[in-house]
Design a protein around this ligand. Structure first.
Ligand code: PHE
Length: 345
């Protein structure tokens, strides 16, 4: 009898208490597919005498709705929320997946090492803004307006106000100016920071890079102090026995000026691709602070003298880690970065 079947299944559906996906799927297969119970009952309904059709039709529709809503509810609870992931097979006794630790960026590692070495000599860290005015980046450093030396540094200008152009700093020498203006000698500080130059990006040049510059101003500071300080620095950073040589050079803010080479850390001076077979690689510019620069910053150049130097962190990192392409530093490629395992503090 159709009526008793409807009653029986209604009770069965009401009592349905699935405990996993499989129960829910079996429910669907039993009641809701083309050859399932609900369809079969409708088939049977066709043969019911017409005086019973009204009542049984209503009951049958209710059964159908009940089966569908029960299934939807159960599906939401199990199938939808499991994201296709069969929680039934979750094995809580499995060992946990290791947490991936990050590593320090190679430029941070090198910067940290440089700061550490100069700290032993009593140099403190001094920082300044990346957006600079003309005075701090150029004029105070002896680059008069229209001076051709300004072309040495391809500048990104932010505002071209004739009176006071604003630019992205092209070197951290600007921080030296700020420091000298604000304080009183003696100064012994290094200035790490990001600098910008309008250059086409290639393996050997980038539109931004990082520098550490240094400044030492006191009474009777001499070129010998400069040489000894940088010699000590190089022994610490590249190992004892690393040779240094100074070549005369030109910077508007130092006089005399020099560039310092070290014996190639890769071929140990024998000659390789990196040092272009010369056995030497240039790592920094330096010199005695031009007395005019001291005066520009309100320091009596009769009483005080000083030396300054500046190096690119990328260049040092290239030498230390044999990196041949500057672009690697800013591409955030984990295959590159994860090679620099380091302590996290
Ligand atoms: N400011 C120079 C540069 O960026 C480097 C430098 C600093 C040279 C101090 C000499 C003395 O190229």
């Amino acid at each position: 009898m159709l009526q008793s079947k409807i009653q029986e299944y209604t009770e069965e559906i009401r009592a349905f208490a699935p405990s996993n996906n499989e129960d829910v799927e079996n429910f669907r297969l039993k009641f809701l597919v083309a050859k399932g119970i609900v369809r079969n009952l409708f088939e049977e309904f066709k043969g019911v005498p017409s005086e019973q059709k009204r009542l049984l039709g209503k009951e049958l529709n209710e059964l159908k709705n009940l089966a569908e809503s029960t299934y939807e509810e159960a599906k939401q609870k199990f199938i939808d929320s499991s994201d296709g992931d069969d929680t039934e097979h979750l094995d809580l006794s499995l060992p946990a997946e290791g947490m991936q630790l990050g590593s320090r960026h190679p430029l941070s590692l090198v910067r940290k090492e440089i700061i550490g070495i100069f700290a032993k000599l009593g140099f403190v860290v001094s920082e300044g803004p990346e957006i600079e005015d003309d005075w701090h980046n150029f004029t105070a450093l002896n680059f008069p307006p229209e001076h051709p030396a300004r072309d040495m540094q391809d500048t990104f200008f932010i505002s071209n106000d004739k009176e006071n152009p604003i630019a992205l700093r092209t070197h951290t020498s600007s921080v030296q100016v700020r420091m000298m203006e604000q304080g009183k000698p003696p100064f012994r500080a290094i200035m790490p920071g990001r600098v910008y130059r309008n250059e086409a990006i290639s393996a050997r040049a980038h539109c931004f890079f990082h520098q550490v510059e240094g400044l030492y101003v006191d009474k009777e500071v001499s070129f010998a102090d400069l040489k000894q300080t940088l010699f000590y620095f190089v022994q610490e950073l590249f190992g004892e026995g690393t040779k240094v040589r100074f070549r005369p050079s030109y910077f508007p803010f130092t006089e005399p000026s020099a560039e310092m080479d070290i014996s190639c850390s890769i071929c140990k001076g024998k000659g390789c691709q990196l040092c272009k077979q010369s056995g030497w690689v240039e790592i920094l510019g330096c010199g005695m602070v031009d007395p005019q620069v001291l005066e520009n910053c309100g320091i009596d150049s009769e009483e005080f003298s000083g030396f300054a130097f500046g190096m690119g962190i990328e260049r040092i990192a290239n030498l230390k880690y044999e990196i041949r392409d500057l672009r690697l530093f800013s591409e955030n490629d984990l295959r590159f970065l994860s090679q620099f395992d380091s302590e996290l503090i």
